[in-house]
Design a protein around this ligand. Structure first.
Ligand SMILES: *Cc1c(COP(=O)(O)O)cnc(C)c1O
Length: 219
């Protein structure tokens, strides 16, 4: 399938309440342009440097979301480049984002990344810490907490992702039940190439897809 056909096919599978983010790591501006032509509205970047090159080449043609691991020393640049940072997993990182956003007169939309599989080598906040983290992040003036994100444990069987997505949704509802007065807390970013249809069934409002749009990544 061509890039454009893939995007159109996936968009047709999604309910109106779910948005498609194209994960563009290691893709060229030409490939991204093809995907945009088919109706994509969110691009996801794992690397600040690569995002800068892409945005310089393409302009602000879509919403740019950061979906990689954000180092503190890249925050200053990231808040200028991105429309959302999906991978906030500590109060320290959130505070730095808030500070740097205020410096440029911006309020940065963020998601809390949850390590839903409690995998030792993965970033993301542990599920049990997420409500307190949400409470604290909600106090920061330079960020707007919009929801939760997760990268589920890898598995050969997409069905294995379902319990993790359910758990994230339960956590999402638990944060809402805290009554933190964060009115725009309404984004659940979960599901990738092999799991996005299951994520949609479990309440995803953003699915993040790379391989199913662009093919296998270049080695
Ligand atoms: C690469 C990536 C994706 C997309 O992965 P695919 O399996 O290629 O669809 C989604 N989310 C994050 C955070 C990624 O790094």
């Amino acid at each position: 399938m061509t890039i454009q056909t893939s995007v159109k096919t996936i968009l047709a599978e999604l309910p109106p309440s779910t948005r498609l983010l194209a994960a563009v790591k290691d893709r060229t501006p030409e490939e991204i342009t093809l995907a945009l032509g088919a109706g994509l509205t969110i691009l996801g970047e794992n690397y600040v440097q690569e995002a800068e090159a892409h945005i310089n080449a393409l302009g602000r043609v879509a919403e740019w979301h950061f979906i990689g691991h954000l180092q503190k020393n890249k925050v200053k640049k990231a808040v200028r480049l991105f429309d959302m940072i999906e991978t906030v997993d500590s109060l320290e990182l959130a505070a730095e984002i808030s500070k740097r956003s205020i410096e440029i007169g911006k309020v940065m939309p963020v998601l809390i990344e949850v390590n839903i599989g409690r995998e030792p080598n993965k970033s993301g906040a542990l599920p049990e810490t997420a409500p307190t983290l949400a409470r604290n992040i909600a106090q920061l003036p330079g960020v707007s907490l919009r929801g939760l994100m997760t990268i589920e444990p890898a598995s050969g069987n997409p069905e294995n992702a379902r319990p993790y997505f359910r758990e994230l949704k339960v956590l999402f509802d638990a944060v809402i039940a805290l009554g933190l007065n964060i009115p725009d807390f309404n984004i659940l970013s979960m599901g990738m190439t092999h799991t996005y249809l299951i994520a949609v069934q479990e309440g995803a409002t953003i699915v993040r897809v790379g391989t199913a749009i662009f093919g296998a990544r270049p080695q």
